[in-house]
Design a protein around this ligand. Structure first.
Ligand SMILES: Cc1ncc(COP(=O)(O)O)c(C=O)c1O
Length: 388
C-alpha cells in the first residue's frame, strides 16, 4: 500500500473529542478515524495556512466542480450546479431543514436503530419522532425495512418528513435501487419529504456501491433533500464542511432560505480547501486503499469475536467503518453495557441504546484505526465479556 494506515498517531493535546472524553480509556466510539486525514487535504491546508490571511471565503467554481466531478465519477450521478449549497455540517443543515419543512408538533420518521443526533434535532425542534423500527433477524444478524409499519406512519397526516440514512449508521445497510424507489413512491403518495443523509456513502466494501436516493427516479429527485460531505471518508470532521443538493426548485428555495436565516452558509477558509483536495483522482486512490484497510480491520475483528467471544454477534456490513455488535446473550435488557466495558475493560464504545429501535443490547465499535489499536480493543472487549 502507498499509504500507511497502521501508523499510530498520538492525538493528545489536539482537543480531540474522542480521546479527551475517554480519559485514559481506549476510545472506539465517536465516528472519526485514528488514521491520518488524507495527505492531499493536509497539504492544501498547509498551503492555505501559509498565506497568512484567513479572511471570509466564497464557494466558487472549484467547490462546485469538485462535488459534481466526484458524484459523476464515483457514483454515476449528475448533480447539477444549481442544486448545490454549501453548509457547515450535515446535522446543522438537517436541523434547519426540519424547521423549514415542518411545523412544531409534526412527525418526522426515522428508521431505528439509527444515528442518535437525528433524535436530538427532531426533539429539540419540538417535532415528534416516529420510529419505523428496522426488522432484525437474529439468525442472520441483519436488518430490513418494515414496510407495513412505514406506510402506516407515512399515512399519518401529521407526518411531514422522513430521515433516510443512506447507507445506514450503525447497521451498514446499503439501500438498493428498488428499496429507494419504493420509499420514494410511498413518501410521494403521502406528501412526505425525504431528508437523505448520505455522509457515509464513500466508505463501502469493494464492489459494493451506494445508490444516491435522488438518482433512482424523477419522483425521488422531486421530493428529496440530500446531505453529503467528504468529512467521514477523508477524516476531516473537525473542519466542518458539507453540502446539500436539492433538485426541486421550490424545495430548494425554502431550504436555502432556512440555511441563510440560520447562518450556516459561510464556512471557514479551510472548508473550501478540504473539499477541492479530497474530491480528486489522488483522493480516490487514497480512499480505495483506506477501504481495503477498513475491511481488513473488519475481518480481523469479526474473526477475533467469532473465535474468542462467540456469544457476541456482529452485524455483517457493506458500508461505514462502524461495527454493530449484538451483545444480547451477555447483556440484560435496560443495562448499559458500554458503561460496564468502560469500568471493567477501560474500553469506550457507543452504547446501542442511544440508537433507538432494538439497539438496547448492542454496542457500536469504531474500526477506523491502526491494526494495533484494533487488536488492543478486541482484547479489552474479550476481558469485559469474559467477566460476565
Ligand atoms: C449518519 C451521520 N450523519 C451526520 C453525521 C455528522 O455530520 P456533521 O459532522 O457534518 O454534522 C454523522 C457523524 O457521525 C453521521 O454518522
Amino acid at each position: 500500500m502507498k499509504y500507511d494506515f497502521n501508523k499510530v498517531i498520538d492525538r493528545t493535546g489536539t482537543d480531540s473529542l474522542k480521546w479527551e472524553k475517554a480519559k485514559g480509556m481506549l476510545p472506539m466510539w465517536v465516528a472519526d478515524m485514528d488514521i491520518e486525514t488524507f495527505p492531499g487535504i493536509q497539504e492544501a491546508i498547509r498551503q492555505r495556512a501559509a498565506h497568512g490571511i484567513y479572511g471570509y471565503t466564497i464557494y466558487g467554481d472549484a467547490w462546485f466542480d469538485a462535488y459534481i466531478y466526484w458524484w459523476k465519477t464515483r457514483h454515476s450521478f449528475e448533480i447539477k450546479r444549481e442544486w448545490l449549497r454549501f453548509t457547515t455540517g450535515v446535522i446543522p443543515a438537517m436541523s434547519s431543514a426540519i424547521r423549514r419543512l415542518s411545523d412544531e408538533g409534526d412527525n418526522v420518521i426515522v428508521q431505528s436503530p439509527v444515528y442518535p443526533a437525528f433524535f436530538r434535532i427532531i426533539k429539540s425542534n419540538q417535532r415528534k419522532v416516529l420510529e419505523n423500527n428496522l426488522i432484525y433477524n437474529r439468525e442472520t444478524a441483519s436488518y430490513s425495512i418494515n414496510w407495513t409499519d412505514l406506510e402506516e406512519k407515512l399515512s399519518d397526516p401529521n407526518t411531514k418528513l422522513m430521515i433516510l440514512c443512506n447507507p445506514q449508521n450503525p447497521s451498514g445497510n446499503i439501500w438498493d435501487t428498488d428499496t429507494l424507489g419504493r420509499i420514494g413512491d410511498l413518501c410521494a403518495k403521502y406528501k412526505v419529504t425525504v431528508l437523505s443523509d448520505e455522509i457515509h456513502c464513500d466508505i463501502t466494501a469493494r464492489g459494493k456501491e451506494y445508490v444516491p436516493f435522488a438518482s433512482v427516479s424523477e419522483l425521488n429527485k422531486k421530493i428529496s433533500v440530500t446531505f453529503i460531505s467528504p468529512t467521514k471518508a477523508f477524516n476531516a470532521a473537525g473542519i466542518q464542511t458539507a453540502a446539500l443538493f436539492i433538485p426541486d426548485q421550490e424545495l430548494r428555495r425554502i431550504v436555502t432560505h432556512g440555511l441563510s436565516t440560520d447562518s450556516i452558509v459561510e464556512g471557514n477558509c479551510f472548508s473550501m480547501e478540504a473539499v477541492t483536495a479530497a474530491f480528486t483522482e489522488e483522493g480516490a486512490d487514497w480512499l480505495d486503499q483506506l477501504r481495503m484497510h477498513i475491511w481488513n480491520n473488519r475481518r480481523i475483528a469479526e474473526d477475533y469475536i467469532r473465535k474468542n467471544m462467540p456469544v457476541l454477534k456482529v452485524v455483517p456490513s457493506d458500508s461505514t467503518y462502524l461495527m454493530w455488535v449484538d451483545c444480547s446473550e451477555v447483556v440484560s435488557q435496560g443495562e448499559d453495557f458500554s458503561a460496564y466495558l468502560e469500568n471493567e475493560a477501560r474500553l469506550m464504545v457507543n452504547s446501542g441504546k442511544a440508537f433507538g429501535g432494538n439497539g438496547d443490547c448492542f454496542i457500536r465499535v469504531n474500526l477506523a484505526c491502526p491494526e494495533s489499536l484494533l487488536k488492543e480493543g478486541m482484547e479489552r472487549l474479550k476481558i469485559g465479556v469474559a467477566k460476565r
